[in-house]
Design a protein around this ligand. Structure first.
Ligand SMILES: [Fe+2]
Length: 375
């Protein structure tokens, strides 16, 4: 499809069962007019994932400015830079660019110098430490798993609402091998993926395929997240599907976390409304969830039960035929609707395989829209 000014929107070859994603061609991301931005915004809310190819020369500043167009009142990185405490599980994964602190360098391997960042050791997650049960070392190069399905969000802090969008730009991508992604949950489900893919699922699809009873439950239940969730969960181990954590009592007790203010604890609707189309998306961060507040006023606070309920709701939405696993090429910039998709990194790298990605998202000042709100 072509729109005005030679800008083209092309469908991304995502799975047939869950069509989402679009590629936009013909826009200069460093010089966006208001009309250009409207085209991007409309495409984002309609398709959830927007791909721009060949963006190697886009500066970190202009990457940040693309995020900033969606959240003009925001200029703080989604997890803030002063809450990336060393005890947080996110700490080793994120290196802040000194000249553009809203943009993080993530990936794997040693980087001598990049955009003012010197001697950075990037560390991709690995099955050996991330999941409770590891993929055997002999199979490590051939197989992988989802690590952590998530929304990019601090999920703690009254002024740190989930970012509307995230941008991810592939600076350096190791190529040449693919891996078989195993769910390892007894279903036999597998997915053929490129090394170091980012996998996406549509929260709108996940909602759409729920039973009628589950839709009512999802529309009327609110999710309370753990305070300082990435420190709280730092000792717990991930399920093989990446859809939450094992309940082995390894979460840090609240008294071992940094100071907690009740007003900073985030409670969100389980379904978030698309601000353009009005559609509902099932949006839960399954690893950070701590309690469920039901419509009748009761609260499920048994963590094992909370996780079981959330898992049952989310698992159908990550079926292989619904997952879009992006096959990265250097220069790809993916803009995704962080309030309408879940995503996860995958892949097991050798220590010397260098992967460099620039990631940006901004903590928003407005909470996501719930089912009660109208567009
Ligand atoms: Fe992420």
């Amino acid at each position: 499809m072509t729109v005005e000014g030679g800008v083209e929107l092309l469908p991304i070859p995502t799975p047939v069962a869950s069509k989402f994603g679009v590629e936009i061609k013909g826009l200069d991301l460093a010089n966006l007019s208001d009309d250009d931005f409207k085209t991007i915004e409309q495409a984002l809310y309609e398709h959830q994932v927007v791909l721009f190819k060949n963006q190697q020369s886009l500066s970190p500043y202009h990457q940040y400015m693309l995020n900033h167009r969606f959240s003009p009142d925001s200029n703080i990185y989604g997890h803030s830079n002063n809450t990336k405490a060393t005890a947080s599980i996110l700490h080793p994964d994120l290196k802040t660019l000194p000249n553009q602190p809203q943009v993080q360098l993530i990936g794997n391997g040693f980087v001598r110098e990049y955009e003012g960042l010197q001697n950075a050791q990037l560390k991709h997650p690995h099955h050996g430490t991330f999941h409770k049960t590891a993929i055997p070392a002999a199979e490590d190069l051939a197989f992988t798993r989802f690590y952590r399905w998530h929304i990019d969000a601090a999920l703690y802090g009254a002024s740190m609402q989930p970012p509307k969008v995230t941008t991810l730009m592939a600076v350096k991508v190791p190529t040449g091998r693919r891996q078989t992604l195993r769910y390892d949950d007894g279903t036999g489900d597998v997915l053929d993926v490129s090394l170091g893919t980012t996998a996406f699922v549509s929260g709108e699809k996940s909602y759409e395929i729920l039973s009628d009873a589950d839709k009512v439950f999802a529309r009327t239940t609110r999710v309370e997240y753990a305070p300082h969730p990435y420190i709280w969960m730092s000792q717990a181990k991930s399920l093989p599907t990446g859809l939450g954590m094992f309940s082995d009592g390894l979460e840090l007790p609240l008294e071992k976390l940094p100071a907690i203010t009740d007003a900073d604890v985030q409670v969100h609707p389980m379904c978030w409304r698309n601000p353009a189309t009005g559609k509902l998306a099932l949006q839960i961060h399954p690893s950070a969830v701590r309690k469920l507040h039901l419509q009748d006023g009761s609260v499920i606070d048994d963590i094992a039960e909370v996780r079981e309920r959330v898992y049952a709701l989310l698992r159908p939405g990550i079926a292989p035929e619904l997952v879009y696993a992006h096959d990265w090429e250097e220069g790809d910039l993916v803009l995704f609707h962080n309030r309408g998709v879940l995503h996860t990194v995958c892949g097991a790298f050798a220590p010397d395989e260098v992967r460099m990605f620039r990631q940006c998202n901004l903590a928003d000042t407005e909470a996501p829209m719930g089912p009660e709100e109208e567009v």
